[in-house]
Design a protein around this ligand. Structure first.
Ligand code: PGA
Length: 232
């Protein structure tokens, strides 16, 4: 069983959601499929698919206009939430400390955070990938609770580029070492960034990769279902 997590980002409407979830309902798979939708699409008939959100407030409630709390997500039957996606780190100035607070808020509400880390192109080109992801990991991950780590190199997101198998394997080894003390069975590690039906099975077979985080290719059944099937 591998995790296949779709991240719709700021895309899609009710009609698109219905169409994809209906096709997922008829799919027989051993994988655990989770669809992380925009807030407006969380409620409603989800046809049995596990639903996730893309952000969570670090606060419980109160004067935080526009934010959505863990209690609200729980009320919408959300089981997972992406935190610290590179687009939120870049566009909303989310620091490792904020990401950690958000992950902690999720855990407090019984929601499993999918904590994203990953180096940018400049960091990669200057040979700092491992030190960057290690620092992000140590500063973004709460001390206790169940969570998932998604390694998403920023330069690979939406670019059609992916790291080599060796680079992914080394990154995941670094992650496991940095999480020392954590039992392997208590943490799932995902790769994300330009995953498609052609590369999914190969990436998912790399040591320590427990699943994939899929952006653009998760929007439609004709690109998402072949990814899920290719890993069965
Ligand atoms: P992508 O996005 O699959 O479109 O590269 C992945 C992500 O940002 O989670």
């Amino acid at each position: 069983m591998k995790f296949i997590v779709g991240n719709w980002k700021m895309n899609g409407n009710m009609e698109n959601k219905e169409a994809l979830l209906k096709s997922l309902k008829n799919l027989r798979t051993n994988n655990k499929v989770i669809l992380c939708l925009p807030f407006t699409l969380l409620y409603g008939n989800n046809y049995g698919t596990i639903i996730g959100a893309q952000d969570i407030s670090e606060h419980d409630n109160g004067a935080y206009t526009g934010d959505i709390s863990g209690q609200m997500l729980k009320d919408a039957d959300v089981k997972y939430v992406i935190v610290g996606h590179s687009e939120r780190r870049a566009n909303h100035n989310e620091t490792n400390a904020i990401v950690k607070a958000k992950a902690t808020a999720a855990i407090k509400n019984g929601i499993i955070p999918i904590i994203c880390i990953g180096e940018n192109a400049t960091e990669k080109n200057s040979g700092r990938t491992m030190s960057v992801i290690k620092k992000m990991l140590l500063e973004s991950v709460p001390a206790k609770g169940e969570y998932i780590i998604a390694y998403e190199p920023r330069w690979a997101i939406g670019s059609g580029k992916t790291p080599t198998n060796e680079e992914i394997a080394t990154a995941f080894e670094t992650i496991m070492k940095a999480l020392h003390g954590i039992k392997r069975e208590n943490v799932a590690l995902l790769y994300g960034g330009s995953v498609n039906a052609k590369n999914a099975a190969q990436i998912a077979s790399i040591k320590n990769v427990d699943g994939l985080l899929v952006g653009g290719a998760s929007l439609k059944s004709d690109t998402f279902l072949p990814i899920i099937k290719s890993i069965d």
